[in-house]
Design a protein around this ligand. Structure first.
Ligand code: MN
Length: 427
């Protein structure tokens, strides 16, 4: 993953704010003449997909690692044609100073590689009068090819010597040499709607973090250089972004206004969440006017689109809106699912706990939590697995029954669930 343009991204298991913030902030940069592209860490959920479709946006590109890959640094050297003569093969070898010579048909279809041993054998045979072509002496089995997705650091630590062909699905792409240097210029990345290491797309160390705009707790961000930071205690990152447009004197396009509005509705659960501020409400009203939608009507439509999880598997429910947190040297996960009726989903509690236990042990979390939140009654059933019973009891001053506590007036993970749990973990 190496790009010239600035990449703007939200957190892993992206929610509506993360994806809409990435698109809206990349657009603001573009309007100001700075090339930027929104990306996201995974597939949009139903609610976000509804918003993207409603306002006519494509799904942003999914990126799961910032690691520099073989594809980023390979040399796109044309290979030798299968019909080429031994002279051509020798000339290629000399020009590119490589003892493994890739052979193709139709310019890019990989046929095999001529190894040093095979070349010597062919030259010997030629002296005896038997002249072969490149295609006849190459081998597909005794020379390693490298896949373009291989992380450069893995390729380099694998004690490779010399150069290797890079082949993707049968197509020859170029050569990677073992002495290749990692590029000095890193991809510039803006983080929106998150800052905790465990929530950032993998291998951020191989990119350059240049900006961070967020509304969450600060969770241990460390950078090499000074960066632009804008944190505000509002209910939604898009509230900050909409006000940045206005602060910079930039007009908000109608469809971008719709996206930012969707994010505010989602993060504040249509202003019901205790994280919602006057600034969120005021910003949302202005955005609704620009977008030309009725705030209440569109808001309920959006929340409804996101709350239908009847066709989700247990694994998917458990992973859809999942965040990791670190406290006291332990990592926990807290997921949330927002519905308009909890009957069906609580009926699946046993299966959900099982899926959570699999998730917990696979990721070595000390505990995994799932908030099953009813956005109409504004209450949450918090279910959990792992080392959590005492933490939950202390955090919410309530005795859990069957890995569950019922929390009245609880909509916000960030404000009402993370702080007490993290606090209780720290004892
Ligand atoms: Mn957010």
């Amino acid at each position: 993953m190496l790009r010239d343009t600035i990449l703007v991204t939200g957190h892993k298991s992206p929610d509506t704010d993360s994806i809409c913030s990435a698109i809206s902030y990349a657009n603001l940069k573009n309007q100001m003449g700075i090339p930027a592209q929104p990306i996201c860490a995974g597939q949009a959920n139903k609610e976000t997909s509804f918003a993207l479709q409603y306002f006519g946006f494509e799904h942003p590109e999914i990126v799961t690692s910032f690691a520099v890959t073989v594809e980023d640094v390979l040399e796109a050297i044309p290979a030798v044609d299968a019909k080429a003569s031994l002279q051509d093969v020798l000339a290629w070898r000399k020009q590119h100073e490589m003892n493994r010579i890739p052979v193709v048909e139709n310019e890019t279809t990989y046929v095999g590689t001529i190894t040093a041993q095979r070349l010597i054998d062919a030259l010997e045979a030629a002296m005896g009068g038997h002249i072969a072509t490149a295609g006849e002496i190459c081998t597909k089995t005794s020379c390693q090819v490298i896949s373009k997705e291989t992380k450069l650091r893995d390729f380099k630590t694998n004690s490779h010597i010399g150069g290797y062909p890079v082949v993707d699905n049968g197509t020859y792409l170029g050569i990677i040499r073992s002495n290749v240097e990692a590029p000095k210029q890193k991809t510039k990345v803006v983080l929106v709607d998150h800052n905790e290491k465990v929530q950032i797309i993998d291998d951020i160390e191989e990119a350059e973090l240049i900006e961070n705009i967020d509304h969450h707790r600060i969770g241990g961000l460390v950078t090499d250089n000074p960066i632009f930071i804008h944190y505000e205690t509002v209910g939604c990152t898009c509230t900050i972004l909409a006000n940045l447009y206005w602060q910079y004197g930039q007009e908000i396009p109608k469809n971008i206004a719709g996206l930012m509005l969707s994010a505010i509705i989602s993060d504040t659960v249509l202003f019901r969440s205790p994280t919602c501020t006057e600034k969120d409400k005021e910003t949302a009203r202005k955005l609704a006017t620009i977008a030309g939608v009725n705030l209440e009507e569109y808001g309920m439509e959006l929340l409804k689109a996101g709350s239908d999880v009847s066709d989700y598997s247990d694994e998917k429910i458990v992973r859809t809106d999942l965040k990791e947190f670190e406290a006291n040297g332990k990592i926990i996960s807290i997921g949330q699912i927002q519905v308009m009726d909890t009957t069906d989903i609580l009926g699946r509690k046993g299966c959900l706990l099982k899926a959570m236990e699999e998730l917990r042990s696979a990721n070595n979390y000390s505990a995994s939590y799932l908030m099953i939140t009813n956005i109409l009654t504004e209450a949450t059933n918090l279910i959990f697995v792992g080392d959590a019973n005492d933490v939950v009891a202390a955090a919410f001053n309530a005795q859990p029954v069957d890995n569950e506590v019922y929390l009245e007036h609880t909509l916000s993970r960030k404000k009402q669930v993370v702080p007490p749990i993290v606090g209780a973990m720290k004892g």
